[in-house]
Design a protein around this ligand. Sequence first.
Ligand code: PLP
Length: 348
Amino acid sequence: MAPVRIDLFSDTLTKPSAAMRRAMAEAEVGDEQKFEDPTTTRLQERVAALLGKEAAVFVPSGTMCNMIACRVHCRLGDKIFLEELYHPVVAEGGGYASNAGATLHLLRGERGMYAAAQVEEAITPPSDRYAARPRLVWIEQTTNMGGGAVWPVERMREVAGVARRHGLAVHMDGARLLNASVAASVPARDYAALVDSTWLDFSKGLGAPVGAALAGSAEFIAEAWRVKQQLGGSMRQSGVLAAACLFALDHNVERLAEDHANAARLAEELAAIPKVRVEPVETNIVIFDIGETGLARADFLARTLEHGVRFSHVRGWPTRVRAVTHLDIAPAMISEAAQAVRGVLSHA
Ligand SMILES: *Cc1c(COP(=O)(O)O)cnc(C)c1O
């Protein structure tokens, strides 16, 4: 099999740069669990400030941020309202149930965004003992399987307003919150102000190897620490990891705009190929549909791989392909990737 030269599978594929590795090597460290790791403490304070929240806690992954949020917000049987292709539904091994005993109400959105009226319609009265108790409304910013769409502040405000009126909490999965912020020129804290808990992932477009930070009220984060301990997410000299995350905040945020520009160019080139239907692109995710070409998706993915280009798929949509741009994708690779698609489809 040809080596993968252009890997558009996910923005998780970024490798730490030499400069990031130097920052990691030189990090001042201590015991994180005793709050004695100065680098981790600095990262937590920085994230809390960036998101306008009272406190933040550093954890190994974004998935753990979501798990902790489920646990802190929900009691056994409680219901979470979210879009049907959000990350906990498709990629967290059912952790909302195994870790938090939570249940889900799936909403069908458009490009991963649902409407406030859908939530209003779905919420049952707290006195209704036949329904699972409604507890948490969940927003993914940007929407991953929805194609990297950015929830506008106003739309989020409407959804959060419905949640508040019914006494529900709001959580925002911020795996790509900074992509949204850069694309829309909206400070991350403006989105975060509308929710009770949110987080940043450092191992996606920000280019760090490991790490995420969950933010919320001081009370919420105190509880989050307890769950982090229970899940085995408490670390020791985590400063070597936190240093990579601080480096990412210093160097890799504004440049997300380059990933967005690359994604827009890829979308443009793909849209020019007959029978390829490209979804609108706002950030670093491009979703395109090859149903009309008559080529099965599995064959498409295998054949583009032979050209050294790797894409991924959208679960639940048998003809949709996903491409994600990131730090290790240079502009020149975009035309090459589009060329590979053209080549594969012209022989189909
Ligand atoms: C990647 C991702 C996560 C999980 O983050 P990890 O750090 O990989 O555990 C959660 N939500 C969304 C939308 C993601 O894309």
